[in-house]
Write a protein that binds this ligand. Structure first.
Ligand SMILES: NC(=O)c1ccc[n+]([C@@H]2O[C@H](COP(=O)([O-])OP(=O)(O)OC[C@H]3O[C@@H](n4cnc5c(N)ncnc54)[C@H](O)[C@@H]3O)[C@@H](O)[C@H]2O)c1
Length: 357
């Protein structure tokens, strides 16, 4: 395991917007574990998070509310050296169901934050969490690795991915126009402990509960249910363990060039079928696989990131391989099953049919 030097955070004030979410809460825990004299402020409206995601800690201050509300922004003063902007309207399907809500919590949030801090003088780096899906080639043919300078597609699959790329446009603009030291981190598909099925408020579709492919598969596998495989599981993704993505974010903050962009991925292409089979083999689920049709909106079939630039410039490489990361995540899910099912069940009144099917 490579040892990274994170001493640059010592004594710093750090703002994590969207810090109660899956990635945000992991980042907060990791920063607090550094044992340096840092102070963290989280802003979160619990749209897709649970308060229990966050630890109680004397060095952590939580502001509850939306980053686009004046009453919240007025509490954000020029005292932060590092800002991580992780707030989003989770996720693709919620955004397709309600593009205006996506705009309010995904596009507008980024613009309000950047506009508010544009004249701050203490910021060393603002890291914006972008998404690899916004730039990946739309293909079900064999994928090539997506580099940071891949051509941008005007055709996007969802308001979510439009918002993520608009956030990149604003990050670049505020850097150029106002010298805000923005760094864009293009995430691949993150999985790991702390992704709570059903976290937060109902966002219009069962995707509120199921969130993402990995936690869905793990839950169903632990319940001895068949894995729901869309399009025979031929789609591919670049899966990265959450602790790795947090290390990548921290390195973007410490080593990233203002105005620049870095892929934070594993660089490994994994099919959804292989993901399902690996999870079933770890849990011993004999229920196998249930084939479903392809998701009509998803044209981004096969994709994975080029990691050459982040390796060279950030000296970042993912440390945790898929099987190890999945085993850790499965253990965490088992240990927290009661809480996870409580958050899933709080939405059951919204569903016309059973979520357990
Ligand atoms: N998880 C992934 O696989 C993945 C992949 C690509 C990009 N990303 C990006 O990484 C970031 C973190 O993702 P995540 O998986 O932790 O999602 P998440 O939904 O768990 O976290 C997002 C957080 O933002 C909060 N939020 C929503 N609206 C807000 C508002 N108006 N003001 C303040 N907070 C608000 C939510 O309550 C939640 O805590 C997001 O920006 C996401 O687009 C994630």
């Amino acid at each position: 395991m490579v040892e990274f030097d994170f001493s640059g955070f010592a004594g710093k004030n750090i703002l994590v917007v969207g810090g109660a979410g899956f990635v945000g809460s992991n980042l907060v825990r990791m920063l607090l574990k550094l044992n340096t004299d840092l102070h963290i402020t989280v802003v979160d409206n619990f749209m897709s998070a649970e308060p229990e995601n966050l630890p109680q800690h004397p060095l952590l201050n939580v502001i509850i509310g939306s980053i686009s509300e004046e009453s919240v922004l007025s509490k954000i003063n020029d005292v932060y050296q590092y800002i991580f902007h992780l707030a989003t309207y989770h996720g693709n399907q919620s955004s397709i169901h309600d593009p205006l809500a996506d705009h309010a919590h995904n596009t507008y949030t980024t613009l309000r934050l950047l506009n508010h801090i544009k004249d701050f003088e203490n910021i060393i780096k603002l890291v914006y969490s972008s998404a690899g899906c916004s730039v990946a080639k739309k293909t079900f043919e064999d994928a090539e690795e997506t580099t940071e300078d891949a051509p941008l597609e005007i055709r996007q699959d969802s308001p979510y991915s439009i918002s993520k790329i608009i956030g990149e446009f604003y990050s670049v603009y505020f850097h150029k126009q106002h010298s805000v030291p923005t760094v864009r981190a293009r995430f691949q598909n993150v999985y790991g402990p702390g992704e709570i099925l059903g976290a937060g408020q109902w966002r219009g579709t069962p995707a509120t509960i199921w969130r993402n492919v990995t936690p869905t598969f793990i839950y169903k596998s632990l319940k001895n249910m068949p894995m729901p495989l869309e399009n025979e599981g031929i789609a591919t993704r670049d899966f990265i363990f959450v602790e790795d993505i947090c290390r990548g974010l921290m390195l973007c903050a410490l080593r990233g060039e203002p105005g620049d962009v870095y892929n934070i991925g594993s660089g490994v292409e994994t099919s959804i079928r292989l993901l399902a089979e690996t999870i079933n083999s770890i849990t011993g689920n004999a229920a196998g696989i249930k084939l479903l049709p392809r998701r009509s909106w998803d044209t981004s079939g096969k994709r994975f990131a080029s990691i050459a630039k982040s390796k060279e410039k950030l000296r970042f490489e993912a440390q945790v391989d898929l099987k190890t990361g999945l085993s850790i995540t499965i253990n965490w899910t088992q240990e927290n099953l009661h809480f996870i099912e409580q958050t899933m069940h709080k939405h059951s009144a919204q569903l016309k049919y059973s979520i357990w099917l």
